[in-house]
Design a protein around this ligand. Structure first.
Ligand code: HEC
Length: 97
């Protein structure tokens, strides 16, 4: 009996973990998607869209610090756009490898 209790507990922990991971990745995906939307709308008003992958992390962050003011981003939009831009850079790195 003890044995089965342990196994059940283990299974339960796994299920909880899987659920947490799923919620987390859904959240990440949705903020990536709204980041894309904000990026397209907010960052192409004054100039063409610049590809984050063409900049180093430091360059991009300092441009973002400047542009968040120009584009009047809310903290939320800034966060979402940063997530989206980071995902663009990751993809490029995968391709280059
Ligand atoms: C109100 C107009 C305006 C908006 C909105 C705007 N930018 Fe800019 N952006 C500029 C101007 C003007 C420059 C020229 C460089 C400067 O300001 O020193 C620039 C330059 C840049 C550069 C540097 C390009 C280079 O020379 O390599 C990047 C990258 C950039 N913007 C990204 C963004 C991003 C990301 C957003 C959205 C968060 C954004 N911009 C929104 C006006 C804007």
């Amino acid at each position: 009996m003890r044995y089965w209790d342990r196994i059940l507990n283990l299974v339960r922990s796994f299920l909880v973990l899987a659920l947490v991971l799923q919620v987390f990745s859904a959240f990440a995906a949705s903020s990536e998607a709204s980041g894309k939307q904000s990026y397209l709308v907010k960052c192409a008003k004054c100039h063409k869209l610049y590809a984050p992958a063409n900049y180093t992390d430091e360059q991009w962050e300092s441009w973002m610090a400047k542009m968040r003011q120009k584009a009047h981003l809310t903290p939320e939009e800034y966060e979402q756009i940063s997530v989206y831009c980071a995902s663009l850079r990751d993809k490029k790195q995968v391709k280059a490898a």
